[in-house]
Design a binder for this molecule. Structure first.
Ligand SMILES: [Zn+2]
Length: 196
């Protein structure tokens, strides 16, 4: 069995709920788990992972994985919002996965709201993590296509096409299919200027 996994999907595809359920099942089977989340994610309580469906679990909050190592009796490490860590953090996970009898489960986003892959997510692909796509449908009303992209909106409802790749909080994001991403992101603006 692979010992380094990347469960990826768009916002709102139940990644955190699946993480919590996975940890619960391992603990029930007597396997000690550790849950980690990045320090940048302070959407909810500091030391918990919280899913939108209402389940949560205690988590360790770390700003970097370098210098961290799991407790000796830990059988599985589950990391939420992996895209907010760095490629060097992923290399740390590789060293742990390849030197200890442990399974590492990463959960997070693949692409940002500018259709660019997050550096940590790219590194997970490069190092051969086993990829699991978590599917959900486009959030544009009436569309049932697979959500693969994110659109970011400002407070006036305009699509945001630049700025920080890492923006925390999901109230201004929609998970959408490729067709709707292209339709909105590359839409002709009122002044006739075409979006990038
Ligand atoms: Zn769509």
């Amino acid at each position: 069995m692979a010992n380094l996994h990347f469960h990826y999907g768009t916002m709102g595809c139940s990644k955190t709920a699946q993480l919590v359920i996975n940890a619960y099942n391992q603990n029930k089977n007597g396997n000690k788990t550790e849950i980690i989340k990045p320090k940048i994610d302070n959407r909810f309580s500091e030391d918990k992972v919280n899913s939108r469906v209402g389940i949560s679990a205690d988590a360790k909050v770390l700003s970097s994985l370098q210098g961290w190592s799991p407790a000796p009796d830990t059988k599985m490490v589950l990391i939420d919002e992996i895209q907010f860590f760095s490629p060097e953090d992923i290399d740390t996970l590789v060293r742990i996965a390849d030197s200890k009898p442990i399974i590492i489960m990463c959960y997070g986003l693949m692409v940002d709201s500018n259709e660019h892959i997050f550096p940590a997510s790219r590194r997970l692909v490069e190092v051969g993590a086993k990829l699991h796509r978590m599917e959900s449908t486009c959030q544009i009303s009436g569309c049932m296509h697979l959500a693969t992209h994110h659109l970011r909106f400002d407070s006036a409802g305009n699509v945001v096409r630049e700025g920080a790749q890492i923006a925390v909080g999901d109230s201004n994001y929609k998970s959408v299919c490729r067709k709707h991403f292209n339709m909105f992101y590359h839409a002709v603006e009122k002044d006739g200027r075409k979006g990038r």
